[in-house]
Design a protein around this ligand. Structure first.
Ligand code: MG
Length: 399
């Protein structure tokens, strides 16, 4: 199912959450209709660069886990849960060990109690971990830091220079073999995050920008703050649209491929790839909506490796770029312009093919066809043109 050397995320959810008050472990509590754990897991399951996700749970929590994950349990990327240990560090070590048969290249370690992790932060951690071997999401410290004397009514003992200080978040990403060895070597030491385990083993760990929203739910009061944040996030998205246009010329053949469907015809379309003008126009529309250039930027026609390529790889790339930005494709609409072949009988299959590739429901995909009343190149049956519009929902910029 998974490719070679996958990137796998483990979600650490074995804690008892004693600081968050009564009501059971905090990761199993709902936050606006979805549990803290499900929100955390979903961010990784939805991320195109994450190949699989495993949740580490307490031995007593199998029923809570099943209930908390709900429909996500059927997600194709979700591995069965693994059982954690006494301390967080034990749970991570056991979780890492459980992944050995999967041979991950990069492993991401994330606390279930950070349900607002965003796709951009996950991408930054993966990219940096691939480059340097280890990376964590973190934020520079802007508050002035005071050290207390530890008394019951504390006094300041000194002020700590905040320059170069960062607050560690999760996810923390590492090369798998190195972090597993580091965790085995550190078993029994009390270290508070996985970067500390890596540092102790002498591994390089880079700091990449996390997000101020990526809060950790620790105390009962944090649920109130989390609800406020969710309310803000629900409001804070924007819709963008893009359009695309493509033309391919006919040549000798016996079928054309349009919107992923082979349509018998006395000719075929000429092109570098499979010449699916409909899918090319749609790919450009989606890329346009997220400001990510065009097909040619991502798949240069000069590169021989795309010769004869199925056009779905272009559309999959556009889909993944939207997901990496934390976005979702809300709707797309393709118009095919030709005198022949007849598109009508194939429209349903085309909509289904595009919806499957984009992983959206079929009612979000429209395919139409028209002629040019025998005018122009399409009217002279020299080729086929395609127009497409895509609408994408994206998290709003704070700027
Ligand atoms: Mg084209």
């Amino acid at each position: 199912m998974r490719g070679k050397d996958p990137t796998i995320a483990i979600i650490v959810a074995a804690g008892r959450g004693v600081r968050a008050g009564s009501g059971g472990p905090k990761q199993y509590r709902p936050l606006s209709g979805e549990t803290v754990l499900a929100r955390s897991a979903r961010a990784f399951l939805d991320h195109p660069a994450v190949d699989a996700v495993r949740v580490i749970i307490h031995a007593d929590d199998h029923d809570l886990y099943a209930e908390a994950m709900g429909a996500l349990r059927r997600h194709r990327k979700l591995l069965p849960p693994a059982t954690g240990g006494k301390e967080r560090q034990d749970s991570v070590r056991l979780g890492l060990q459980s992944l050995e048969p999967e041979h991950p290249s990069i492993v991401l370690i994330h606390d279930a109690a950070r349900p607002f992790i965003d796709a951009g932060t996950i991408s930054r951690v993966i990219d940096a971990a691939q480059r340097t071997g280890g990376a964590i999401a973190a934020l520079p410290v802007f508050d002035t830091l005071k050290k207390s004397d530890g008394a019951h009514e504390p006094l300041i003992s000194n002020t700590i220079a905040r320059q170069d200080l960062w607050r560690a978040q999760t996810p923390q990403g590492f090369r798998f073999e190195a972090i597993l060895a580091a965790h085995r070597a550190a078993a029994g030491d009390a270290l508070t995050d996985d970067a500390a385990v890596a540092e102790r083993a002498g591994l390089k760990v880079s700091l990449v920008p996390g997000s101020p929203d990526n809060m950790k739910i620790t105390q009962a009061e944090d649920f109130g703050m989390a609800e406020i944040l969710l309310g803000r996030k629900a409001m804070a998205h924007e819709f963008r649209s893009g359009h695309g246009f493509d033309v391919h010329q006919f040549e000798d053949g016996n079928a054309v491929i349009l919107c992923g469907v082979e349509v018998p015809h006395g000719k075929k379309l000429k092109g570098h790839s499979d010449a699916d003008a409909g899918m090319h126009a749609l790919t450009d529309a989606i890329l346009g909506a997220v400001g990510a250039g065009d097909i040619g930027d991502h798949f240069p026609p000069s590169d021989m490796k795309w010769r004869g390529a199925p056009s779905r790889i272009f559309l999959e790339k556009a889909r993944d770029l939207v997901a990496e930005k934390g976005g979702a494709i809300a709707h797309c609409d393709v118009t095919l312009i030709c005198e022949a072949p007849k598109i009508g009988p194939h429209r349903a299959a085309m909509r289904a093919a595009l919806a499957e590739i984009l992983r959206i429901s079929i009612d979000r995909v429209s395919v139409k066809a028209t002629t040019t009343e025998q005018l122009g190149f399409a009217g002279r049956r020299e080729g086929i043109a395609a127009l497409a519009t895509a609408t994408v929902k994206l998290p709003a910029c704070d700027q």
